[in-house]
Design a protein around this ligand. Structure first.
Ligand SMILES: Cc1ncc(COP(=O)(O)O)c(C=O)c1O
Length: 460
């Protein structure tokens, strides 16, 4: 486990991340230190998490709750401790609440949709949502959708009205937008939802590793009923996620994925299902991934969530202030950096998001994302209200997204700003062309159905 004394400075934190030393080859053949600004997509693991994962795979690897031998018993014990670590990280407990481990945030949200499906009433979502906090509900019935305001923040009056004039069973809302990083006031929303007899489910994919989450006691009006999060956005490997939720509701729902581990007795005609979490964890879970996730959360706790937030807020404020002052640059979303995580979506007049992201990567070694970020409703609203986008011929307009993680520094912000100036002043050197499903370079059948799988690369 990470030692607190190792992290008194941010350079010590950076030193924990092997990826922070990675160099990438630029289009002119030179090498540059990678500046990874795609933390909103996935976050690299620090050494302590990598070591913990490798140790499990090399020395402790065994299935859980299925064996008497030493390895199985010890893997079971280690895995079972992870429930308390994850619950503790979000201020939860395991008597009235339960943690269920799944594969990604989408699955965790889908389990919420499954659990509330038999309850009477509608699901209320918002225009801020990632598709993963929208489509699982829509699969089970029509949803209500609360509007965002001109600046991209949530219209709380509309939320209130929708709750007042409809029978709503669940308000499903993001803890922070993956497009603007904007954070709704989740406890105020929880209070309003509960006042109207609705539950609240928080999509914490973005929030988990960047801002302290307090689910609060079930008896507190402002408590959060469900919280979903995933390891790959919290400095641990892909393939492990969790849902925190009320035991009574989880236990009242039919098993999410009936199978091995979910039933205590099965005959040719009947099955007796166990209580949560095992009730919903059909089949072998991602044991190593869960152990690594718990290690990552301990690592974040050791550094201190409040310190992490303050550090990333400073980066966000510096980048936002500078970008807002740059002619020809449109930065989307609400202006107050205190209400935002370090997720900045922007456009440069006359430069497509595809080209901007390609030139930042190929000419400056900066890894950003571009496109519509699986949040089409929100991106459409932002582009409608703030404009600023330029699309490649035949492409849908989007934006470029730079997102900070805890090992980024103020110097990294300077490097990003220099890259944005380079684009704004048309100082890139390569000649770029679009690749993807329409180009001869990509296997048509494989790529044609993928969301947004187009990119640009320099010719020659
Ligand atoms: C806000 C938000 N919700 C949900 C998801 C889906 O997460 P996952 O890929 O873990 O299913 C993402 C992923 O980017 C996200 O940013």
């Amino acid at each position: 486990m990470a030692d607190a004394s190792l992290f008194s400075s941010w350079s010590q934190v950076c030193a924990e991340f092997p990826i922070a030393c990675r160099k990438v080859e630029l289009f002119d053949g030179s090498a540059e230190r990678l500046l990874y600004l795609d933390h909103a997509a996935s976050t690299h693991a620090p050494r302590c998490v990598l070591d913990r994962y490798v140790h499990f795979m090399a020395e402790e690897y065994a299935n859980i709750h299925r064996g008497t031998h030493q390895l199985s018993r010890s893997a079971t014990e280690t895995f079972d401790q992870c429930y308390a670590t994850v619950a503790g990280f979000i201020g939860g407990e395991l008597e009235r609440g339960a943690i269920v481990f799944l594969g990604n945030t989408t699955q965790a949200i889908d389990l919420v949709a499954h659990v509330v499906d038999p309850l009477p009433g509608k699901v209320l979502i918002t225009e801020l949502e990632h598709h993963s906090n929208d489509l699982p509900y829509r699969k089970r019935g029509p949803v209500l959708r609360a509007r965002v305001r001109e600046d991209g923040s949530l219209d709380m009056d509309h939320v209130r009205d929708l709750l007042r004039f409809n029978r709503v069973k669940l308000l499903a809302v993001t803890g922070a937008s993956n497009v603007t990083g904007w954070m709704p006031q989740i406890h105020a929303l929880a209070r309003i939802a509960h006042e109207h007899g609705a539950l609240i489910a928080l999509d914490c994919a973005q929030l988990l590793a960047h801002q302290r989450i307090e689910v609060l006691d079930l008896d507190d009006d402002a408590h959060l009923d469900f919280v979903a999060g995933a390891g790959h956005k919290a400095y641990s490997p892909f393939g492990a996620s969790f849902l925190y939720g009320p035991r009574w509701l989880l236990d009242q729902a039919p098993p999410y994925l009936p199978g091995g581990g979910t039933a205590s007795r099965v005959t040719a005609r009947t099955a007796e299902f166990v209580a949560s979490p095992d009730r919903h964890q059909g089949g072998t879970p991602n044991i190593g991934g869960v152990i690594a996730l718990a290690e990552a959360l301990r690592f974040l706790d050791t550094i201190g969530l409040d310190r992490i937030r303050e550090h990333e807020r400073a980066l966000t404020q510096k980048a936002m202030t500078a970008m807002r002052a740059m002619d020809g640059v449109t930065l989307y979303g609400p202006e107050d950096p205190d209400a935002r995580l370090g997720v900045l979506s922007f456009n440069i007049a006359g430069v497509s998001d595809l080209l901007a992201a390609a030139a930042l990567a190929q000419e400056r070694g900066i890894a950003c994302r571009n496109g519509r970020f699986c949040a089409h409703v929100y991106v459409d609203r932002l582009l409608q209200n703030q404009a600023g986008a330029t699309a490649e011929p035949g492409a849908t307009p989007g934006a470029v997204r730079a997102s900070f993680g805890l090992y980024n520094t103020l110097e990294d912000v300077d490097r990003l700003l220099e890259g944005v100036s380079m684009l704004r002043d048309r100082r890139w050197q390569g000649r770029y062309r679009v690749l993807g499903p329409d180009s001869e370079n990509v296997a048509q059948t494989e790529a044609a159905s993928r969301c947004n799988d187009r990119w640009m690369a320099p010719e020659g």
